[in-house]
Design a protein around this ligand. Structure first.
Ligand SMILES: Cc1ncc(COP(=O)(O)O)c(C=O)c1O
Length: 432
């Protein structure tokens, strides 16, 4: 029984930074040589290393994944709508009046940059097979909104979306892809039989070095591209958009988004260990899968013929028949305990009771108060207002269902097998 399961002395985190030593060395060098600002060897080396690893021609190190997505969205707007950035009116908002297709099951940093630019996200429902954007729902959305020219897609928990299908659809309809690979550095998929890394799958690509990611700089992000002109534009925009003049000359809107050489030192050192981190995360995923093989649950799914994840976060989902009653308000949750049944809320409480950290599934964007009035498109069309008081049955909402029945498991790569076994045991006890 779980009452006998001892809490951990040191907390087991969801996904925390893992430092190795080289990070300190690179930071030390930067300080000793006085290169501590937004230029320097660490930045140059990190950009080369990541571009090489992902298989793109160019990389621009930025302050965060969010700023990388913002730059990517601005470039997409420039291309899709021929928005002039140097018009001299000094205004931002390159997407005013425009709709943009977006992943629904993701962290809000995927879609907020669309709104920074004045655009309106249209959320596309999720696939049961990989918990990412459903290509069929995307096709439905294109039928309903044929004028949309930009799509922003994320790979949830390190599992790549069905990019072969999504790229095909977008090519056919002339839609530009902004790829948010923040959670998926090191993951890959097969496009026409060829292996292609996350971060190289869109027309404009972003990754994150946030503290919880597979590789961290403590913070930071990167814009990745094969297009030198785009990379140079991002270099300019991210350092306040200075023109080539002896004074501060500004003819388009700029941002303070460049990465510092100190952060780059941490990311550069940490990047040396990416394959080791992925192997550890994969072992964690597989240990959970084996540990739960007799439970009525599934792990976050993927099709190994199409993709290889980086296994950044392990997550699970309860079968419908063991779901107890659970009610979630905006900020609190209540559940009923019942023999043989459980809820994500109960499991998360049990995990927390032994000093480990789980987390609810990212709440889908279409359910967020901020985005409640935005369109949400499922395989059947409009995902809102799809029940009828006079007719039995309701529409589909895959994202909501995964949010209801799923949860993220402690996935820290420093977690020991013995610690993970204790977590598995406490989770099993919820089903008794
Ligand atoms: C899917 C996704 N997109 C974007 C971000 C934003 O990255 P950052 O925190 O580096 O701005 C994150 C994580 O933080 C994320 O998980």
């Amino acid at each position: 029984m779980e009452e006998n399961i001892k809490p951990f002395e040191n907390k087991v985190w969801l996904s925390s930074p893992t430092m190795h030593g080289e990070e300190l060395q690179f930071v030390k060098e930067a300080i000793e040589t006085n290169w501590v600002s937004t230029v320097g060897k660490n930045i140059n080396e990190l950009e080369k290393m990541v571009a090489n690893y992902v298989g793109v021609k160019d990389a621009v190190a930025l302050a965060s994944g969010t700023s990388a997505i913002h730059m990517a969205v601005k470039l997409a707007a420039l291309k899709a709508y021929n928005t002039m950035t140097g018009t001299g009116d000094g205004k931002g908002g390159s997407l005013y009046g425009k709709k943009v297709f977006c992943s629904d099951m993701t962290f809000d940093a995927t879609v907020n940059p669309v709104v920074y630019e004045g655009g309106t996200p249209i959320f596309i429902d999720t696939n049961k097979e990989d918990w990412n954007m459903d290509p069929k729902a995307l096709e439905k959305a294109i039928e309903m909104y044929p004028d949309v020219k930009i799509l922003v897609i994320a790979h949830l928990y390190g599992v790549p979306a069905d990019m072969e299908e999504i790229i095909k659809i977008c090519k056919k309809h002339n839609i530009l892809i902004v790829e948010d690979a923040a959670e998926a550095l090191g993951a890959y998929c097969y496009i026409d039989g060829k292996k292609k890394m996350a971060g190289a799958l869109g027309d404009y690509n972003a990754i994150s070095f946030n503290g919880n990611k597979i590789v961290t700089g403590s913070s930071g992000g990167m814009f990745l591209t094969d297009n030198e002109e785009d990379a140079n534009k991002v270099r300019k925009w991210s350092t306040q958009a200075r023109e080539n003049a002896p004074w501060y000359q500004h003819e388009e809107l700029g941002y303070n988004y460049r990465m510092s050489n100190i952060i780059a030192g941490i990311a550069r050192g940490n990047m040396l260990h990416i394959d080791e981190h992925i192997a550890q995360k994969k072992a964690i995923y597989e240990r959970y899968k084996e540990g739960f093989k007799d439970l009525p649950v599934i792990m976050n799914p993927f099709d190994s013929k199409k993709v290889e994840p980086n296994y950044w976060l392990s997550a699970m989902m309860l079968d419908k028949n063991v779901m107890g009653e659970q009610v979630r308000g905006e900020k609190q949750a209540l559940y009923k305990t019942e023999q043989g049944k459980t809820t994500p809320t109960e499991i998360l409480e049990k995990i927390s009771s032994i000093n480990a950290e789980g987390r609810p599934i990212w709440k889908p964007m279409h359910m967020q108060p901020l985005y409640r009035e935005n369109a949400f498109i499922t395989v059947n069309g409009n995902g809102r207002a799809n029940s009828n008081a006079y007719i039995a049955g309701e529409g589909t909402d895959v994202g909501e269902d995964i949010f209801e029945r799923g949860l993220c498991l402690p996935s820290d790569n420093k977690m020991k097998a013995e610690e993970q076994d204790r977590i598995i045991e406490v989770i099993k006890s919820c089903f008794e």
